[in-house]
Design a protein around this ligand. Structure first.
Ligand SMILES: [Ca+2]
Length: 226
């Protein structure tokens, strides 16, 4: 007699009243199919759940880790005017990978961060990716501030102005309210910096909430190394 095996995946969701709900979703271990009708929700103390389940990153059997994931590359264009490919690594202007790692809390790439991380702050490209998780469909508005270029893909579409992907001083770009599907929504933030001052920050506003710059682990995940 064969035995059914299941994967239990914990997710956290902060609702509009700032209450943290802890969900457990159940998947069939043979084919990763969600077991419908059997996902259930804990409305409980967040820390107590962590004590029960271990650190949040480790508790996700489906392989998702907290935060977004940052890959830094060398920008090979140093003339201050030639724009690199918006299609990412391998395209024009994208040189060697310089660094990679998770950014668990905040998108805030500054000259100081780059100098501390890769001992340089000019002629770099950043490819930041992961997922925004929501247990239900909703909407989100993003703001990206960059010097120089930036592009923000959400569920495969660039949701900020195409003019952001140019050389310019510090400028904030605001998306329209975009649809968030229930589940994991792919998100990718691209950035390039030529010379002089550089900056990249991202904030977001979920429906009914103020803008937040922090990326709480409740919402943003990455899937191993991209
Ligand atoms: Ca600059």
């Amino acid at each position: 007699m064969s035995q059914d095996r299941f994967i239990f995946d914990t997710v956290d969701y902060q609702n509009s009243a700032n209450t943290v709900n802890n969900f457990v979703k159940i998947y069939n271990a043979r084919n990763n199919a969600a077991v419908t009708g059997n996902s259930f929700k804990f409305k409980s103390d967040h820390d107590r759940m962590q004590n029960l389940l271990g650190s949040k990153g480790q508790s996700r059997n489906s392989g998702y880790y907290d935060g977004l994931y940052l890959n830094l590359y060398s920008l090979t264009f140093t003339d201050g005017s030639t724009v690199p490919s918006i299609n990412g690594p391998g395209g024009a202007g994208w040189g060697a990978k310089l660094w990679s790692g998770p950014i668990p809390n905040l998108v805030n790439i500054t000259d100081a961060f780059l100098t501390a991380t890769i001992q340089r702050s000019d002629y770099i490209l950043a490819d930041i990716g992961g997922y925004l998780y929501s247990p239900t469909a909703t909407t989100v508005t993003f703001q990206v501030t960059s010097d120089d270029g930036s592009a923000l893909y959400f569920n495969g579409t660039n949701v900020i102005s195409a003019s952001a992907w140019t050389y310019h001083g510090t400028t904030t770009y605001t998306s329209a309210a975009v649809t968030v599907n229930a589940g994991y929504n792919p998100i990718r933030l691209l950035y390039f910096e030529g010379s002089v001052t550089g900056l990249l920050t991202m904030s977001y506003q979920l429906a009914g909430q103020p803008y937040q710059q922090l990326l709480p682990c409740n919402f943003f995940y990455n899937y191993n190394q991209m």
